[in-house]
Ligand binder design. Sequence first.
Ligand SMILES: [Zn+2]
Length: 321
Amino acid sequence: MDDLRQLPKANLHLHLTGSMRPETLVELAAVHGLSLPPPFPMGEAHPWEAFQTRYDTARAAIRSTDDLHRVVTEAIDDNLADGCTWLEIQLDPTSYAPLLGGFEPVIETALDAMDGKPCGLIVASSWARSGEHATELARLATRYTKVVGFGLSNDERRGSVPDFVEAFRIATDAGLISVPHGGFYTESWHVRACVDQLGARRIGHGLTAMRDERTVRHLADRQVALEVCPTSYPPLGVASYESLPIGDLLNAGVPVALASDDPLLFGAGVVAQYVIAREVIGLSDKQLAAIATHSIKVSAAPEDVRRNTVEAIESWCATIH
Ligand SMILES: [Zn+2]
């Protein structure tokens, strides 16, 4: 595991609440007098709602800008310790806003905690909210030069792609990277729709793309990346580790970036995703280095960070047998 920690990489799919250290959640819940549900039960498949209720409870423990600042700071520290040279944190300000004084204080607190760190903010709306709400957040996101992307999280079955076209047009016109979640539960058509209608440059998950050769070609031709987060799939019953088609995607020319999604709920940071890819899925170290290279190349990292990371990955490769 240590050698994979030393492999330079970018973590591009990490939700703010889901990045919280378990001990921080316990501490914040105690401070605010909240009771916590038992941890997400691993090892068996559960419906989305089992995940969402735990996520909502954890988010409710962030009740001040100080709490939010602490969570972002700790997430950056944890990812740097995992060998990340670049991190993108995804934040939907909607649910924090009532307690923290509006969308702007939420976004500005996160940006403040990221200041001077190798980290970019992705403002995200939700498939479960309206297109108008996403448009409002997209407009807001474009006002901050340090916001690097615009996303859509939650269960994609709850929204309709055309409703979000306007929001993503505003975001991409302003130079933000389009990074919606897609193809988690829905079939490959959804991944294509995110690319064609929302201008997706990366898809959060997008695993169902692999079921359709035309969609795989669509991604490869346009070099649209998939952010694959192995530990998120077995607990939600969408895929086993063994069935993850990462090697096939790489062979087909689709950029793949391994990411950690919600370490708080699924119990694993970004290095653990690489360990699973090596030890359970059977990817070679050369393939893992290719994934790390994709992760930085499809990121919003500044040019010097990208160049240095690619060089450092090449040095890491020189040390493997
Ligand atoms: Zn996610």
